[in-house]
Design a protein around this ligand. Structure first.
Ligand code: ADP
Ligand code: MG
Length: 327
């Protein structure tokens, strides 16, 4: 596991971390007077080849953190390095090695997709061919279209593939699937996986816990400008999410105390509306589920509609921040 307080890596080299940020701070004037730290001492390291997710609600400081790393904003404090290049001092050298997804709305309105990719490519010594990039995301036949003529999913795929024009080693995606319908979101996820499969390091921000859970090798939970935890989704869930939920109904009214005495049970919630719906928390469902059936056979009550719901990153978020992702 990477620690959160690792010092910045030294000079640029192939062994350098893809991204190493140390104690980043960005101070803004507060709308109600005074200052506040939108980014408040953020440190993390991303290894080359990883997909790293910054998961947090709106206003958490995700975009600001990304823009500092990309060299688009100067930090008030701290340091950021990409592939060993300092995001401020080595900005120009760094920019040739990174890809940054722009918001679809920020493209020139009157250029076609192919013209935009040509233009972006002209900023770099070597560039991928527009048609190759468009073909990759199923937009070749749209090469003469304007961004404004694309569907939400197409525009998003275009903005991601446009970040690959210079063959970057590290790509930054800011909320790549926000606002998309489930199918378009899945297409974006497939695209991000295929980019990473080619060895490109991906740093993405999201406020969708499924997106972080499905795509990221490691997730940093960020809230109010601070990183609360960093780890693989599986370890975060195993160590920080709490209990599974074993839910079922019964034709009979059951004794709460008996359910609470089931091996492994952490708590019992009972619906008070007479539906005999029970929710038993357990961290060891493989023990508690068979025990429930043994008890039902012994006492002669039925167990219907049993489902065991695993905890998610949402539960992790709630446990480490004290509020939900949507608050
Ligand atoms: N240019 C700015 N001036 C003042 N406040 C800003 C500026 N940019 C962002 N903020 C504030 O900083 C906080 C973090 O914003 P941002 O990084 O955009 O969060 P996120 O991307 O997680 O939604 C928010 O409270 C936002 O209003
Ligand atoms: Mg943002």
């Amino acid at each position: 596991m990477q620690t959160m307080t690792r010092p910045a890596t030294p000079a640029a080299s192939t062994e350098a971390a893809a991204v190493a940020v140390t104690e980043l701070v960005k101070t803004y004037p507060h709308p109600e007077g005074g200052d506040f730290n939108a980014v408040d001492g953020v440190s993390f390291t991303v290894a080359q080849g990883e997909v790293f997710g910054l998961l947090g609600p709106n206003g958490a400081g995700k975009t600001t953190t990304l823009e500092i790393i990309e060299g688009l904003k100067d930090p008030t404090g701290g340091h950021s390095r990409v592939l060993g290049f300092d995001s401020v001092a080595d900005r120009e050298a760094m920019k040739t090695r990174i890809g940054v997804q722009l918001q679809a709305s920020s493209y020139f309105e009157f250029l076609t997709l192919a013209e935009l990719l040509d233009l972006f490519g002209s900023f770099y010594p070597a560039a991928r061919r527009p048609d190759e990039l468009l073909d990759r995301v199923g937009l070749l036949e749209k090469r003469k279209s304007l961004v404004g003529e694309l569907s939400g999913g197409q525009a998003q795929r275009f903005s991601i593939v446009a970040a690959l024009v210079n063959d970057p080693a590290v790509v930054f995606l800011d909320e790549p699937s926000t606002g998309l319908d489930p199918q378009a979101r899945r297409n974006v996820w497939d695209l991000i996986r295929s980019i990473n499969d080619e060895g490109v390091t991906v740093i993405l921000t999201t406020h969708y816990m499924e997106e972080a859970e499905l795509l990221a090798d490691r997730v940093a939970i960020i809230d109010r400008g601070r990183i609360q935890v960093v780890d693989t989704p599986d370890r975060l869930i195993a160590e920080r999410a709490g209990a599974h939920s074993m839910r079922f109904t019964s034709p009979a009214a059951l004794d709460e105390a008996v359910l609470r005495a089931l091996p492994g049970a952490t708590h019992v919630d009972v619906r008070r509306n007479g539906s005999h719906r029970y929710d038993v928390g357990t961290v060891t469902p493989n023990v508690t589920v068979p025990a429930l059936f043994a008890l039902s056979a012994e006492e002669g009550f039925g167990v219907d509609d049993l489902q065991v719901v695993a905890p998610t990153l949402e539960d992790v978020f709630l446990n480490v921040t004290g509020h939900t992702l949507r608050d």
